[in-house]
Design a binder for this molecule. Structure first.
Ligand code: MG
Length: 282
C-alpha cells in the first residue's frame, strides 16, 4: 500500500532537486555585483557587494491624474519644455535632445551639466525609463543625477530588474542602497525629490560630509544619508576639496532615459544641517 520504494526515491529526488533549484535560484538572484571590491567603511559590505540585501519592493501610490506639479514660485526652472538653455555639454550648447515634453541623451551625446552652480539645494526632477526596456542589471535604463558632477543619485530601471543593491534606483551609487525599491514600470513618469547638503571643507580638509535625502515617487529612499565620498565604480569613494557650489550633471550611460519638469531651490544657510550638533539645539 501507499508508496513503493521506487515512488519514495522518486519523491526524495524531486524534493532534493527542488531544494537545489531553490538554492541555485537564490544564488542566481543575487549574482549581480562583486565579491572582490574594497570594503566600505564599517567593514560589513564590499563596494557593489553581491551579497548585500536587495531593497524591499514598495509600490508607490497612484497619481490622481496624469501630469505633475509645476515649480514653486522661488524655484529656478531647469526644464519646463521650452528648451535646454539652462544646460550645457562641456561649456557649449547642450547636446541632449529636447521636445516640448521631455529631454534626454542621444547616442554619444555625453553628460549634461547645469550652467549654474549650486550648493545646498532641493531638486525636483522627473524621469521615464525606456519602454519596452532592454538590457539587464546596470545596462537597463541607466542614467544618474550627479551633484557637483561627483555625487550620484542613481537612475536605473529597477522594476523587476536586479542589480547590486548599492547600484539600484535611489542608491547613493556604490555606497548606500535605497531604503526601498519604489520604481514604477518602464514608460511611466517617476519623480525624484532630493535634498542635497554639500560637503564642507576647511583648509583643504573635509569637515562635514555631503548629506542626502531622497524621495522616489513619494517614498523615502535616503534619509539624511552621509556620503563616503565621490561616487566611484569598484572603489571606495573619496573626497577631494572643491568649491562651495558646483554643477548638477545628468549622466549619459548610453540608455535613452527621458527627463522632464526639473526645478531647483537653493537652501539658505539657516538650514545648514551639515555641521549641526546637539549644542545647537535651543
Ligand atoms: Mg548611473
Amino acid at each position: 500500500m501507499g508508496f513503493s520504494r521506487r515512488d519514495m526515491l522518486a519523491k526524495l529526488t524531486a524534493s532534493a532537486g527542488g531544494l537545489l533549484l531553490g538554492g541555485f535560484a537564490c544564488k542566481s538572484a543575487n549574482a549581480q555585483g562583486y565579491n572582490d571590491t574594497p570594503m566600505l567603511p564599517g567593514g560589513r559590505w564590499r563596494v557593489h557587494d553581491s551579497k548585500r540585501p536587495q531593497p524591499t519592493v514598495v509600490t508607490p501610490g497612484k497619481m490622481s491624474r496624469e501630469g505633475s506639479m509645476s515649480a514653486p514660485s522661488d524655484a529656478k526652472v531647469l526644464f519646463d519644455g521650452t528648451g535646454l538653455s539652462q544646460w550645457t555639454s562641456g561649456g557649449g550648447e547642450a547636446k541632449w535632445v529636447a521636445t516640448s515634453a521631455s529631454f534626454g541623451p542621444e547616442k554619444g551625446s555625453g553628460d549634461l551639466q547645469t550652467r549654474d552652480h549650486f550648493g545646498d539645494c532641493q531638486l525636483h526632477i522627473e524621469f521615464m525609463e525606456p519602454n519596452p526596456g532592454s538590457g539587464t542589471d546596470q545596462g537597463r535604463g541607466n542614467s544618474g543625477i550627479y551633484f557637483f558632477g561627483l555625487y550620484e543619485v542613481q537612475v536605473l530601471d529597477c522594476y523587476e530588474n536586479k542589480t547590486y543593491a548599492d547600484g539600484s534606483t535611489g542608491a547613493l551609487y556604490g555606497q548606500t542602497p535605497p531604503l526601498a525599491n519604489a520604481c514604477r514600470k518602464p514608460g511611466e513618469w517617476q519623480t525624484y525629490d532630493i535634498v542635497f547638503v554639500a560637503p564642507r571643507f576647511k583648509d583643504g580638509a573635509l569637515v562635514a560630509p555631503a548629506i542626502v535625502t531622497v524621495f522616489l515617487n513619494g517614498v523615502l529612499v535616503q534619509h539624511a544619508t552621509p556620503m563616503i565620498g565621490a561616487s566611484a565604480h569598484r572603489a571606495v569613494g573619496k573626497y577631494s576639496p572643491h568649491a562651495e557650489k558646483g554643477p548638477i550633471n545628468l549622466q549619459d550611460h548610453g540608455n535613452p532615459v527621458r527627463y522632464r519638469n526639473a526645478w531647483i531651490r537653493e537652501i539658505g544657510p539657516y538650514s545648514d544641517i551639515s555641521t549641526r550638533k546637539m549644542s545647537d539645539i535651543g
